[in-house]
Write a new protein. Structure first.
Length: 434
């Protein structure tokens, strides 16, 4: 296997988001959970996205995990490496994106890389280095209340400047609007001034296409999945990709339908509220989880009953900023998050063992916990539910049919996502409720 693109994603929902856009742009792509074990055959693919759980870990750990992924991708001959982080540019307070990008650049001997978080299809745009979500600046869009990685500054040149000892430059929209030669010249001029990191504006798909053209030969590019959707066309022009390949069909979906939500983003809170208008759900409380197993047992009883009635069953820890802050004040930020992630991971393990076969998980850290608890190593990417969120399938030990899994980024998806997703799955696979 010789890869065109090797991607390192800092969380699991971000990885499926990128894999989804690569597949939609005609690449054959597999997502692995962590670095594949030696000897694993991923089949004939153009791209591999290695999903890490490094967005919220200390920088040293994130760097070590990312370099291990890079070693593996290089051993597979990847022509270009893509470091995928969130379209809202979040990482720890001290900052992971700068240290990881610096270490990847050093290993790849790259003089310069671009930072392109924009994902216009989901309302993320960058103008004069400032990140917008819809019509709000990043620090006013709800991300300022993120439980783990609050984002309180929308100026990405400034944010990244705090995370790296190297110079950070800007490729602003007026330069992009002047065309490919002006864009290349600007990047080259910055490189001559030893500017290693360039935050790139992008307002729409045309900007992303132009950026992809300018950086197709860079050893390392970084950003959101918007850039991922634009790159395959450039690979095709270079003759690196034979043709547009059709996304593989998923197997018929089986088993009952379960939704586990640990995301506290505005979008997820809206999706939980919408679901609860028509069906019951179980609210997990980290304070109650801290007191012992009784709360988790109650969630299990609820979920089993809801699944027996035909589901979908929703168990959620998603809560508004006041409730999250109250839990964090009592338990500490890390402990509160861990309790929720462990509980949702355990619920997934038990309920999937008992027959749940169609699973929606909301939140990147939460997806990491659930997928790890299920022991999943690899995901096959199917069709899209909403921008950035595909259905995927994974083989499970001891079970003939694969598990159907949708890992929803916190801020993605329409308000009816938790019911709409299962309708889409049925249309996509010709659901078999056996
Ligand atoms: N009620 C709560 N109190 C405190 N922490 C919570 C609560 N509910 C969830 N959490 C924690 O908040 C974090 C949410 O992060 P997660 O990455 O899962 O969602 P997200 O950031 O919205 O999604 P994404 O990373 O895909 O954008 C998790 O660590 C989760 O355990
Ligand atoms: O880029 C995004 O917004 C998402 O893929 C993501 O990373 C959320 O965790």
């Amino acid at each position: 296997m010789s890869l065109v693109l090797g991607a390192i994603a800092d969380d699991f929902t971000g990885a499926t988001d990128l894999a989804n856009n690569l597949v939609r742009a005609g690449m054959r792509c597999v997502q692995t959970i962590g670095v594949p074990q030696a000897g694993v055959d991923l089949g004939d693919v153009d791209a591999v996205v290695v999903a890490l759980k490094s967005r919220s870990t200390p920088a040293e750990q994130a760097v070590a995990d990312s370099l291990a992924a890079l070693d593996w991708l290089q051993s597979q001959g990847a022509r270009q490496v893509f470091f995928k982080y969130c379209s809202t540019f979040d990482s720890t307070d001290a900052g992971n994106i700068g240290p990881v990008a610096d270490s990847l650049m050093q290993r790849l001997d790259a003089r310069q890389t671009v930072m392109v978080p924009a994902f216009p299809a989901n309302g993320r745009t960058v103008y004069q280095g400032h990140l917008f979500v819809g019509d709000r600046l990043l620090n006013e869009c709800g991300m300022q209340h993120h439980p783990l990685n609050p984002m309180t500054d929308a100026d990405l040149v400034r944010v990244l400047g705090r995370q790296t000892p190297h110079a950070v430059g800007l490729l602003a929209r007026p330069v992009l609007a002047s065309g490919i030669e002006a864009t290349r010249a600007h990047l080259a001029a910055l490189a001559a001034e030893r500017v290693r990191h360039v935050i790139c504006d992008a307002l729409d798909e045309n900007d992303l296409a132009l950026l992809a053209e300018a950086v197709v030969d860079y050893p390392l590019v970084t950003g959101g999945s918007g850039l991922g959707q634009a790159l395959p066309e450039q690979y095709r022009r270079r003759g690196w990709l034979a043709e547009v390949s059709e996304p593989g069909r998923l197997a018929p979906a089986t088993g009952s339908a379960l939704v586990l939500s640990g995301s506290c983003s505005r979008a997820t809170l809206g999706q939980v509220a919408r679901f609860l208008e028509g069906q019951p759900g179980f609210a997990l409380d980290p304070l109650a989880l801290a007191e012992g197993d009784a709360h988790l047992e109650a969630a299990l009883v609820f979920a089993r009953e809801a699944l027996a009635k035909g589901g979908p069953a929703l168990v959620y820890a998603s809560a508004d900023p006041e409730r999250v802050q109250a839990a964090q004040a009592a338990l500490g930020v890390e402990r509160a998050g861990e309790l929720v992630e462990q509980a949702l991971g355990r619920l997934a393990r038990i309920l999937v063992d008992e027959g749940a076969g169609r699973l929606v998980v909301a939140g990147g850290e939460t997806s990491g916990a659930v997928v790890s608890a299920l022991g999943i190593r690899q995901l096959r990417i199917g069709g899209q539910i909403d921008p950035g969120v595909p259905w995927t399938q994974a083989p499970l030990d001891g079970r003939e049919a694969p598990l159907s899994l949708a890992l929803k980024s916190g801020n993605f998806g329409a308000e009816d996502f938790f019911s709409h997703a299962f309708t889409v799955l049925e249309e996509m696979t010709g659901e078999d409720k056996a």
